[in-house]
Design a binder for this molecule. Structure first.
Ligand code: SAH
Length: 246
């Protein structure tokens, strides 16, 4: 597959999307939604390449959009806030649970992966700093195709499986873990795979609204954690062994 291949979008629609994106960027900047580092990632990732083709014209409306198998691509502001709350910076190793379309993983990659002088992400030869797990096979294939087409697989590894069980290579530890579906417990394997000082962001609860929480690992012991409540949010439910739905 050719790297950096783009979807075919009529020129007038492409122009409208660029204007919508610029307006949204200026709005986020004015209200100081997130740091410049996260805003730069927003500018670099083409969300129009991740939404389902029938929602193309809404790519830069700050709303969640339906994907497949009951999943949604989160609202843009939420995707940016998840990066901000996790305190991501270049060089971090990050695990995402719930790849969906791949958009959030691409944002993470733009922040943490090493780039060349032109600002392009460099191919990682050994372990890739961004790892993402998707439980739905259809979405896994959709996200993989999106991320490969845009060259993000240079530094993102994507697998199909139950993310509540953690990354299969248990020797890996992460600076941040971002869970993009709501669970009613913090999956224990995820706490194990956090580095000391690392942060896990996830929506917690099984009601209509959930609490977005940040868990900071303070020491090696599994219960040596600090839990902060961030804000009320609404996500789809986490499936799997430590999820809400089996
Ligand atoms: N981050 C995505 C949006 C995710 S929606 C984006 O940027 O587009 C939540 C996703 O979590 C759905 O795709 C759903 O299939 C997935 N999911 C739910 N439970 C999961 C689990 N246990 N492991 C991995 N993925 C899971």
């Amino acid at each position: 597959m050719r790297c950096k291949a783009r979807r075919q979008i009529p020129e007038d629609l492409r122009k409208k999307l660029q204007e919508d994106k610029k307006d949204l960027y200026e709005f986020f900047k004015r209200i100081k939604l997130v740091s410049d580092r996260v805003l730069r990632a927003f500018l670099r990732v083409p969300r129009e390449e991740f939404v389902l083709p029938k929602y193309l014209r809404y790519a830069y409306v700050d709303e969640p959009l339906p994907l497949m198998d009951g999943a949604t691509i989160s609202a843009i502001s939420m995707s940016l806030l998840l990066c901000e709350y996790a305190g991501l910076k270049e060089g971090d190793e990050v695990l995402e649970i719930g790849t969906g379309s791949g958009y959030q993983a691409a944002l993470i990659a733009e922040i943490v992966c090493e780039k060349n002088q032109e600002g392009e992400i460099i191919e990682c030869k050994e372990k890739k700093p961004v790892c993402t797990i998707e439980i739905s096979e259809r979405l896994y294939r959709y996200a993989k195709e999106n991320l490969e087409r845009l060259c993000y697989t240079r530094c993102i590894e994507i697998i199909h499986g139950d993310g509540t069980l953690g990354w299969p290579d248990t020797s890996r530890k992460f600076d941040a873990i971002i869970v993009t579906a709501a669970g009613d417990q913090i999956p224990p394997p995820l706490i194990k795979q956090l580095k000391v000082g690392g942060k896990l962001i996830m929506p917690l609860g099984k009601g209509f609204w959930q609490d977005l929480i940040r868990v900071t690992k303070k020491g090696e012991k599994e219960d040596d954690i600090l839990i902060e409540k961030l804000e009320p949010v609404r996500f789809v439910y986490l499936k799997g062994v430590y999820g809400v739905e089996k």
